[in-house]
Design a protein around this ligand. Structure first.
Ligand SMILES: Cc1ncc(COP(=O)(O)O)c(C=O)c1O
Ligand SMILES: [Zn+2]
Length: 407
């Protein structure tokens, strides 16, 4: 395992690989640092290809060792071409990364698995998180697969599908009468008192690295080349920034051909602090009170918002807000043109891509990857008005008659 320390992104102080979420000197965020020379020696395209068909094929690029037994491993999800949607949008090539295929149907299985491996290395018995829904599903399932206890804090207003898909694993759900940001504050306070592995507090430095595997898989699935553009949703901003970091690491190690992709981010208008900062060319992200149907993205005070902003700028990308009343249409557009039913977050992601095309930022010369980070079956309410069945009698003739087929 080539990770050697945690390093503060602000003051660059290094710390041992402990479960500490922030820098003891300046409260800055921590990130693992790796022995790049060792990675150069040990991680090759061939060594990766010989690994399991899951995120663990990239263990040499992650801050934890692969588990001894791979229980319900996430990753290596399909990357599929979307010919009809790419023509409709007017982009050169469009590929969908289907993280709906993960064990709990979102990309959060990746980050939960990496955080859990660290929790197990530390001997922790309870896995915990704050969540806008999908992470709760992933943490609860991961704990069940590994035989750990779990507890999640989430806003009481979450979609019932997401709450049920967490409860079923036997987890304790604290449904907080407040926002995600309230849940976050609670989890920081509780983390001082409880010896639980809070995946997005004390284990955050490890957890967040799990999202790099999206970049690793995309590069490998494109024959070890980089796409021109990756479009992703932004809530805390962690995944957006780590996807960029993942491509950067592959390029540094000489594992992939091409340039760093431009990263285009999407936020729902009702919770768009990063997009607002992008639009006004601000340095800082101003927290907002979230009010959006995209509940999985409803983080008003994003921990990695400024990093996401910097990532969009550094890669020549953008961050766009998507009007609330377009999200359901984008979910339907994705479903009708590709056969993929995404949740609200991918609806927002497609909306951001449409906006980037409209502004001329993405077009005919681009090979684009759109991250489908979560499954539509978890948020069916927002497209429920599409259900307008033709009610018929149990009689073939009555259907044929409606179709104008004369008998
Ligand atoms: C489906 C889905 N996509 C994207 C995100 C955004 O992730 P991040 O908080 O790392 O920005 C989330 C966060 O919960 C999510 O549930
Ligand atoms: Zn620091």
């Amino acid at each position: 395992m080539p990770a050697t320390a945690l390093r503060c992104r602000i003051c660059e102080t290094e710390f041992p690989l402990d479960p500490v979420g922030v820098c003891a000197r300046c409260f800055g965020p921590l990130e693992p640092v790796y022995d790049v020379e060792e990675q150069r020696r040990t991680v090759t395209r061939e060594s990766i290809a010989a690994g399991p068909l899951s995120i663990w094929r990239y263990a040499g690029l992650l801050p934890v060792a692969a588990p001894a037994e791979h229980r319900l491993p996430p990753g290596f999800t399909p990357l599929v071409r979307a010919h009809r949607l790419e023509s409709a949008l007017g982009v050169g090539e469009l590929w969908l990364k289907l993280d709906t295929a993960n064990p709990t149907h979102s990309f959060k299985d990746r980050v939960a698995a990496v955080a859990c491996a660290k929790a197990q290395e530390l001997g922790l018995r309870t896995l915990a998180c704050t969540s806008t829904g999908n992470l709760a599903n992933a943490v609860a399932a991961r704990a069940a697969a590994e035989g750990l206890e779990s507890a999640v804090l989430c806003p009481a207003s979450l979609e019932p599908e997401k709450l049920v898909a967490t409860a079923v694993y036997g987890t304790t759900i604290y449904a907080v009468e407040g926002s995600y940001d309230d849940c976050s504050r609670l989890s920081v306070e509780l983390s001082f008192e409880l010896d639980w592995g809070f995946v997005n507090v004390g284990l955050r430095a490890y957890y967040a690295e799990g999202s790099k595997t999206l970049a690793f898989e995309i590069a490998e699935q494109l024959g070890w080349t980089t796409p021109d553009v990756v479009v992703a949703p932004i809530a805390s901003g962690a995944m957006f920034s780590k996807v960029n970091k993942g491509f950067g690491e592959l390029l540094e190690l000489g594992l992939v051909e091409g340039d760093r992709p431009r990263l285009v981010g999407g936020q729902a208008e009702g919770c768009s602090p990063v997009a607002a900062a992008w639009e006004s060319d601000a340095e800082r992200v101003k927290p907002v009170k979230a009010n959006t149907i995209a509940r999985s993205l409803a983080i008003g005070s994003p921990a990695d918002g400024e990093l996401a902003l910097a990532t969009a700028r550094a890669t020549g990308g953008a961050v766009h807000a998507v009007p609330e009343d377009e999200i359901a249409d984008d979910i339907a557009l994705l479903a009708e043109t590709t056969g993929v039913f995404g949740e609200t977050a991918p609806g927002v992601t497609l909306g951001a891509l449409r906006e980037a095309v409209r502004r001329g930022e993405v077009g005919k010369d681009d090979r684009v990857v759109l991250l489908v980070t979560g499954d539509g079956l978890k948020t069916p309410g927002v497209v429920a008005d599409r259900l307008q069945p033709t009610v018929v009698e149990p009689d073939a003739d009555s259907i044929l008659e409606r179709l104008g087929v004369s008998l």
